[in-house]
Ligand binder design. Structure first.
Ligand code: FNR
Length: 386
């Protein structure tokens, strides 16, 4: 990806590539609001409670400022990163986002195709409306990880792990911050819960272990399937010892998503996990929680490079990516921006969002005086004076 940012700039300015969704994040969100009904829009845009965590996520980025260096020969830049033995052309991945069918008729298939075209890793959510196998089919051999919501029903959890491996997913991302859904004020006000009308259940409705527990197949009794799903969705009784169950049921590397406390990072290492994702679910789960970026440096200090530390929650622009990498992240996950791209222009929209972010990141890195992701470290940043 040599000079990717300049290439994209010149293609956009000369109208050689599609540029039909807003480039600024705020505009992207505004257009998505115009296009979507309140239910789906706020399902994406809203956060938990008073949205304190969501706001903190953005404020945290402004607490760090880049101090650029000059005369650094940044002519040839390398954005590539290697994570768990896989090399990616940029440090940007697509975060797991469930129920994408509420945003676009093609749902996850459009996002997965866009990720594959852009050479970006796609994390498929347990709560996808399309099944993990359908997503895998449109991705051919492109890289993908499976995000597990650990079902209370162990047969279902084990079955999903087995299916993910068979469908070519190369790692399991276990999301820990959502054993239950948080208090989401907009969704409650809009009485909007897409799962209750059958969206986001693609991984369950064809699962042999899940179907074996139903009185009638989902095609004959969707209500029964939805009711079983709501009983087994999350498991609030899990402890660190339960990780053994996952190890016993998959050979794939396991990453834990939702780590914010350095003590949890330490436990995760002791229990032999293969990677950490610092995240607060974009402020959609625990209201009042620490900004994910504020949690990142301490988690990285614990990890000491023994396992990759990925980051999400608040990534909107290239400077955000550069700051997160400088604070120790190995790669970042993009969330809401691609959901809005999907809502506005399907696969093309997601592609444009990814393209713009990589280009912005490349230019920001170059203007900082760094020519590779390897060169991004804490010496690049100072804490802002308020
Ligand atoms: C999510 N996220 C999420 N995470 C996860 O592990 N499994 C999931 O199914 C979902 N679903 C989901 C739906 C929607 C609509 C959103 C916005 C987010 C969280 C996601 O992976 C990521 O952590 C956040 O999106 C990061 O925050 P920002 O950067 O999008 O604000």
């Amino acid at each position: 990806m040599i000079n990717y940012g300049r290439k994209v700039q010149s293609e956009v300015y000369s109208r050689k590539v599609p540029n039909n969704i807003p480039v600024p994040f705020e505009e992207l969100e505004r257009k998505a609001k115009e296009k979507l009904e309140d239910g789906p829009y706020y399902y994406v845009a809203g956060g938990a409670g008073g949205e304190g965590t969501m706001s903190a996520n953005r404020v945290a980025f402004n607490q760090w400022q880049i101090v650029p260096r000059m005369f650094c020969d940044v002519d040839h830049r390398d954005l590539s990163v290697t994570i768990l033995g896989q090399t990616f052309s940029s440090p940007i991945m697509l975060a797991p986002i469930g129920v994408q069918s509420i945003l676009h008729p093609e749902g996850e298939l459009a996002s997965a195709r866009a990720a594959a075209t852009m050479g970006v890793l796609y994390m498929n959510s347990s709560a996808s409306t399309c099944s993990m196998e359908e997503v895998a089919d449109v991705m051919d051999t492109s890289p993908r990880w499976y995000q597990l919501y650990w079902s209370k029903d162990r047969d279902v959890a084990a079955s999903m792990l087995c299916r993910a491996e068979a469908a070519g997913y190369s790692a399991i991302v276990v999301t820990l911050d959502t054993p239950m859904m948080a208090w989401r004020e907009f969704d409650l006000a809009n009485t909007y819960h897409p799962f209750s009308f059958g969206e986001g259940l693609g991984n369950y409705l064809n699962d042999p272990a899940f179907c074996a527990k139903l009185q009638k197949p989902p095609k004959e009794d969707m209500r029964g399937a939805i009711s079983l799903w709501s009983q087994i969705f999350g498991d609030t009784s899990l402890t660190w010892e339960d990780l053994k169950f996952l190890r016993d049921h998959t050979k794939l590397p396991i990453l834990l998503k939702g780590i914010l406390h350095p003590g949890d990072a330490e436990l995760a290492l002791n229990y032999g996990v293969d990677g950490l994702i610092v995240s607060n679910h974009g402020g959609r789960q625990l209201d009042g929680a620490i900004a994910a970026l504020d949690a990142l440096p301490k988690v990285c200090d614990v990890a000491q490079g023994k396992v990759p530390v990925l980051f999400d929650s608040g990534i909107r622009r290239g400077a955000d990516v550069v700051k997160a990498l400088a604070l120790g992240a190995s790669a970042v996950l993009l969330g809401r921006p691609y959901a809005y791209g999907l809502a506005l222009a399907g696969e093309q929209g997601v592609q444009q969002v990814i393209r713009n972010l990589i280009a912005d990141m490349d230019l920001t890195m170059a203007l900082s005086g760094r020519k590779s992701v390897m060169e991004l470290d804490r010496t690049l940043l100072v804490e802002a004076k308020n």
